[in-house]
Every structure is written in C-alpha cells, then in structure tokens.
Design a protein around this ligand. Structure first.
Ligand code: CTP
Length: 403
C-alpha cells in the first residue's frame, strides 16, 4: 500500500513526523511531500530518514523524472495531507497546482484525506468554510481539527487531529479500498430470480423468489472489481458494468449458465430454479371452456450437480438452499451431493428473511466443515459475506485473475 504524506506549512507540521513513522511501522510505503512553507517548520532530512523513500519538495528537483506529481498521484493508494493549512485548502478547492503537493492532489484519482490545522478565526472564516464544503462535495475526506491549545497559547478549534486518529483513519481507508478491489479481474457468474415454466403461452408455474439476493451479489461483486455475468429472470435495473443475460425457464437458464461456466473463477447459484415443469405446454392459450383440472409435471435437470462435476481447477462453486425444515441437515446433504465449496442456507419460513424482503438471515456452510451463522442483515451485507469467502478461497488456491 502506497501513501503520499503531504505536509504543508503550519506549526503542526512537527506532528507529521510521527504520522510518517507510525504509517511506515504499520507496513505502509510512505512517500513524503513537503511544501516550501513546511520546510520552515520541519526538515527534509527527518522525512528522508523516516519515510519509505526520500522526501520530495519540488516539481523540478527530481533527477529521475520530470513528472513526479503524476507518478506520485497515479501510484498512490491514498493521499493524506497533515497538516492541511488554509492556503492548501484554498488552492486545492480552486484547482491551483503551483507546487508539488497541490499538483499531486490534482493528478490523482486515489482517495484524499485532509487533516486541517489552523487558528480558530481562520478555520471559521467563511472563505475556509466554503473551501471545506467544496472539497467535501467533491468526495475529499476531512478529519476535522480538534479544540485545544493553539500556537501562541490561544485555545479553540483548529488543532490538528490527534496523530493516532490520523493514522487509524488512514489505515481504515486503505483497508476499505483493498476490500473494494479484492475481486479485481476475476470472472464471476451469478444467477438470480425464480424461473417461470410455461403452462401454455400465457400462464406460468413460478415461485416467490424476487431475485434481490442474486442481484445484490452481482452488484457487490462488480463494485469489488469482478467481471460479472448475471443470468437472471428479473428485469431489475443493474449496473452498466454487469453483463446481463435475461432468461425465463430452467432450461434457458441452464443453457446460458453452462455456456459460460467453464471460464468463470466463481459461480454463485442464487436463482430459485424450478424443480418441476409442465409437460409439453401447448403453443397457444388453453381456453377456459376446455377445463384444466391438473397440470402434469416433469422434473427439470439440476444443472448445479453438473457444474459440480465439471468444476474447473480452482473454480469456486456456491449454491443456495431454501429450506423450511431440517434446515442445516438438508443443506449439508446438498453441499456434499452437489460438490459445492459453499452453500448459503436460508430458512424461508421466516418473514424477515428469504423471499421478496430486503433482509436475509443465512448460514454459510463450507466444504471444509465450518459453519458461519449470520444474524439478520441486508441482502447487500449478505452478498459481501459470500464474496469475502470467495475472495479468500481464490487467494488461498492461488487463482490469478483471468478477466
Ligand atoms: N438448482 C439448480 N437446478 C435446479 C434446481 C436447483 O441448479 N433444477 C440449484 C439452485 O440454484 C440452488 C441449489 O441448486 O443453488 C439448491 O436448490 P434447492 O431448490 O434448495 O434444492 P434442491 O436440490 O432442488 O432440493 P429440494 O428441492 O429437495 O430442497
């Protein structure tokens, strides 16, 4: 993890030395960047010694590259500026890049954390307030100053946030980012929704699955960087990054899934696929006058079994089980019988979990015999729990991203 530590010119610059040391101790690669004014308070040599590489102070003094700001900005996982003076906030908010630090801030797409420090009058000045709001609106993170003793003995708001808080916030942001990208380049196939099996050309046999859980998994996987294919029976809107294949019946879903399964790094079968379908539905509407007292059914093919048999090396296969009784015993049987890596079980007899609602209460059973009983949570949170398992398994198996 690479962090640019920007230091601008305020009395609190001496605390940046400790921020630098603690981040390096935590295993972060720290590139210090000091403004000319910062050098009036602290020495470059200190940051040369404590940072992961020599400190930089100018756009023009780097013999190795004429574009230090773009290299620093593009390579950074995060930029933290501590202390951030009123001048730094003003220049950044206005897009002025007249030194290495402000140029780096404009040349990055990495998250930015600003830790302002200044006198109370300056912090409360409408110009500074406006700059802070502008930066917040643009997605810049701010760790507000604390109240306390300021330079010259004054007391008030404006003191740089505590060093431990700055370091903790930086590490937490790096952590969120690494989770956000942990499926980068992996191909993940997700199925969602209940299939619809025709009785005739207007009537169907279906089930109560809404597709919400499957869609939540697809969305979360895409936002964690995976190349997602979603085979779904629903018309729910999805993120443009997701490749959607719309199907209706179990056999259409089977064809779509088996067609792309072989080169997927993980497959999550969240769809509620019909176990039975009407035999030979007519290609017309059955008239009321004909009478219909029974609908002969035939079993569909359980293609999750087939996916288990054909599983590619390293591929992670996740099934779902909707149960109303003997929940865990039934799920364990499916986990083994279908050769799954994980099975996500929900008791669909509960009203706040399972079909149609936005929450779910699931247990994840693993092929290695472990059980994770999760409390009631949003379907998005359940999605992330399942994806955490997939990401860890892919990493343990040494699977490289294929997309
Ligand atoms: N599944 C499948 N093809 C089917 C039926 C189910 O691929 N024709 C998949 C589902 O997507 C799910 C898993 O199998 O991931 C378990 O589905 P479920 O209906 O709970 O289990 P069944 O094996 O059908 O067993 P039962 O109906 O006896 O509960």
């Amino acid at each position: 993890m690479r962090v640019v530590l920007g230091v601008s010119g305020g009395i609190a610059a001496y605390k940046a030395i400790e921020v630098c040391r603690q981040l390096v101790d935590a295993g972060v690669f720290v590139s210090p960047v000091l403004t000319d004014d910062a050098l009036r308070f602290v020495g470059k040599t200190t940051f040369d010694a404590l940072g992961s590489e020599p400190a930089r102070c100018s756009l023009f003094d780097d013999p190795t590259t004429p574009i230090p700001h773009t290299l620093l900005g593009q390579n950074a996982d995060l930029i933290v500026v501590a202390p951030a003076t009123a001048k730094l906030l003003g220049k950044y908010a206005s897009g002025i890049s007249d030194d290495l630090l402000t140029a780096t801030l404009l040349a990055t797409r990495a998250p930015v954390l600003l830790c302002p420090a200044m006198h109370t009058e300056m912090w409360e000045h409408p110009a500074v307030r406006q700059n802070v709001e502008t930066l917040r609106e643009r997605g810049v993170h701010l760790l507000d100053p604390e109240s306390g003793r300021l330079a010259g003995g004054d007391i008030g708001a404006g003191r740089l946030a505590d060093v431990d808080r700055i370091v903790a916030r930086v590490l937490a942001m790096l952590d969120e980012n690494s989770i956000a990208r942990d499926l980068n380049g992996f191909k993940i196939l997700v199925t969602a929704g209940g299939t619809r099996e025709p009785i005739d050309t207007v009537r169907v046999v279906t089930n109560r699955s809404s597709g919400k859980q499957g869609h939540a998994i697809a969305e979360a996987a895409a936002s964690r960087g995976a190349a997602v294919t979603l085979v779904t029976t629903t018309t729910r809107p999805t993120d443009a990054k997701i490749q959607v294949i719309r199907v209706d019946t179990a056999s259409q879903m089977q064809e779509a899934v088996l067609g792309v399964a072989a080169n997927q790094d993980a497959i999550v079968m969240a769809a509620a696929i019909a176990d039975f379908r009407p035999v030979a539905p007519p290609e017309r509407k059955i008239k009321k006058s004909e009478g219909l007292t029974s609908i002969p059914l035939e079993p569909t093919h359980d293609f999750l079994v087939e996916l288990g048999e054909r599983k590619a090396a390293g591929q992670v296969l996740v099934g779902f089980a909707a149960e109303t009784n003997d929940v865990i015993a039934n799920a364990e049987r499916k986990l083994k019988g279908k050769r799954l890596d994980f099975i996500v079980v929900n008791d669909v007899s509960e009203s706040d979990a399972g079909f149609e609602v936005d929450t779910n209460r699931v247990t994840i059973l693993s092929a290695d015999g472990t059980q994770e009983i999760l409390p009631l949570m949003s379907k998005t949170a359940v999605a992330d729990k399942i994806l955490d398992r997939i990401a860890t398994t892919l990493s343990v198996r040494g699977v490289q991203p294929s997309a």
